[in-house]
Design a protein around this ligand. Sequence first.
Ligand SMILES: [Zn+2]
Length: 144
Amino acid sequence: MIYLSKDVIQHMLTDGAGRYPEECCGIIFGHIDDNGEKTAEYAESAENGYDKAEKRRRFEITPEIMLKAELTARRKKLDIIGFYHSHPDCEAFPSEFDRTHALPVYSYIIMSVVKGRAVKTKSFVLSAEDMQFSEEKITICNKE
Ligand SMILES: [Zn+2]
């Protein structure tokens, strides 16, 4: 389960629509409790590391951006709990590329953006045992 505040959801949807038809991507900060439940407090857009031709079908968060994100997390006393990206004109399911580039524990939130509008948002977690994704329930909370 991942809890998303309305602000976090709104940030991701705006990013996905705004960067259409390219894939947007970003980093989700928050907390993970002992049962593995996550609460997202804050999301930040990241530049897609791929060149223009590739940005429509894949995303990369570069090591430089990850390092900056680690520092942001430390400053805000949060953890990096996952990543989001969009699938322009494509379903909100992980691609094989997404699967082979994912790490266990983190949430991978995927938004389907059709004709510039985010229409579906899903979250996936990679299993450390079989390295396959399974869907994770998203709960929207009204935290101030
Ligand atoms: Zn993808």
